[in-house]
Design a protein around this ligand. Sequence first.
Ligand code: T6T
Length: 330
Amino acid sequence: MRKGLILVMVLLMAFSMSAQLFAGGQQEAADDEITMLFMPGVADPFYYVMEKGIVAKGEELGVNIIVAEFPKAWGPEVQVPILEATVAQGGIDMILIAPTAIDALISPLKKLYDQGIEIITVDTYLGDGDYSKDSDYSFPLSYIGSDNEKGGREMAAHLCEMIGGEGKVYINSTNPDVSSVMGRVKGFKEGIEAFPEVELVGVDYNMDVQQKATDQTLAALQKDPDIAGIFGTNLYSSQGAYQAVVNAGLVGAVKIATWDASVDIINALKKGQIDLVLAQKPFEIGSLAVEWGYKFFTEGTEIPAKVIPGFEFFDSENVNDPDMEQFIYK
Ligand code: T6T
């Protein structure tokens, strides 16, 4: 049924292209245009850069891009109403969405999929992210985003080395039910296993509220004054955590490894308030999502179940390198 629909779309596009040639290259009729909706996770620099990648690729390929209102806070209760209201306006062929929870988005997205709308999840995924196996969340075409577990493992190795292979470490994270940060925490825990003298004293969840991340990190530092290393798993966790270390007067004494390259975080790295930053590639993630979606509609190409762009590390040695500038979320 759905395959039939795609075939009709491919045929329509082919017909429209040949009609254009015949008519001397006139503009394609608007109703043949592919329309994709971008539904970000929250209003933050990471998703603003992803939007840029989506819009740029959309312009290049002639895909009509609709960008939903950016949710002001993290969570399905904010994201789902925006998603449903935007889709209700009609005309959407594909949704590129960062689901704000692994479970709560399954049913709302399945409903839209059953109406004939294709889904790609970007940055975060549903369930365990394996859309190739039979499950109630196998309907998205692909997950396009970072390998968070790998990043978590690498952050752990770097942080453990920075603290000399021994001591207490602490994690500040966003929500316990979001695939991206779940993967980062899991990878980090796996990574520190190689360092038997390193002890993880706790993980706090700030629900993507920076002030809460600061308060939690300060409390953790009061409880365990000998914490030697901190891992911030996303932008607001990282900004909140390093701020706590600054407020506590512990810059230099506590090593900080952070995820996401906001301008604030990079400036803190330049000032020596942060030691290591993992930069994801939100522009590339967005651009790839549009490109794969376009190929799916126009050529019937099967999209790989996972498309994983890499990431980059900033440290004090390369932070002023002009080649690294492109990885700052601006
Ligand atoms: O770290 C990114 C994103 O990958 C994550 O899923 C949610 O937080 C960010 O948007 C940064 O704030």
